[in-house]
Design a protein around this ligand. Sequence first.
Ligand code: NAP
Length: 296
Amino acid sequence: MKIGFIGLGRMGTGMAKNLLAAGHTLFLYNRTREKAEALASPAARVVSSPAEAAREADAVFTMLADDHAVAEVTFADGLIEALPRNAIHLSSSTISTALSRRLAEEHGARGRTFVAAPVFGRPEAAAAKKLLVVLAGDPSAIERCRPLADAIGRQTFVAGFEPWQANALKLGGNFMIASMLEAFSEAFALMRRSNIAEQQFLDVMSELFGSPVYKNYGSTIVERRFDPAGFALKLGYKDVRLALEAAAETSTPMPFAGVLRDQLLNALAHGQQDLDWSSIALAAARNAGLSDAKQT
Ligand code: NAP
């Protein structure tokens, strides 16, 4: 297929490489052009605008930072007008359910198709084709998107017929991960206050929960591997904020999400926006009167 790929950040770069490896032809666009040029090849042409990435495509992925970026590229920069009638826009960013509904409506009104395709997995998983891909939208469009999901991930799930349902699922999932990070952060502070090695606690919890997500994030905190970020804390804050918005839209109380928002705000106030979101652990450590230093 001919695929436009817009947004070659930490996640988009790995996803685009795997679409190329699956034999697709790509039109690459990134606001900072050098990131697109790093992937240029005879099968991957760098273009100068989102509209150019869409014009000849069968499908266009957007993997941009947030609602603002997705709306700007889609509406102001002309992706939606340039997209051929039978082509599909797949949005893999973690965006609000409200923007997802708007995208579905505006594409539908112009005879275009919108499929939400958010993903779980960090940049290493994107590079290794190990993402979990969650699709939602019109069933026939979903079937056309399956080979693309297979090319970027290890498993695909279908959340429903309405694109925003995939975004709601993604926000619920990131709320779970953020809750795990905060739970780890508070427990690690308790361990340090109790003269117990964080690593020992992590070893026990890894056995108890048996999940690579616990093990990997736990060791990221123990080893203070917050810089460079795999997932920037400012984007993690965005996701908890969006989960709270989705909660308000559906009258779903999420008291834990309120606590997470405040802990992430604490981290932002301490200049941690570009650190990995697991650095939320520094907030719990500060609250417990502990330094940021690694325990030896
Ligand atoms: P990132 O590395 O910061 O990349 C963000 C991308 O968005 C870059 O290509 C950036 O372009 C572009 N961008 C930002 N604002 C823009 C604007 N106004 N106009 C045009 N382009 C704009 O972020 P990421 O970690 O890849 O995350 C991308 C999305 O995936 C986010 O929605 C995130 O929540 C989600 N996600 C991330 C992870 C993760 O672990 N990292 C996992 C799952 C989902 P420039 O290069 O010019 O800055």
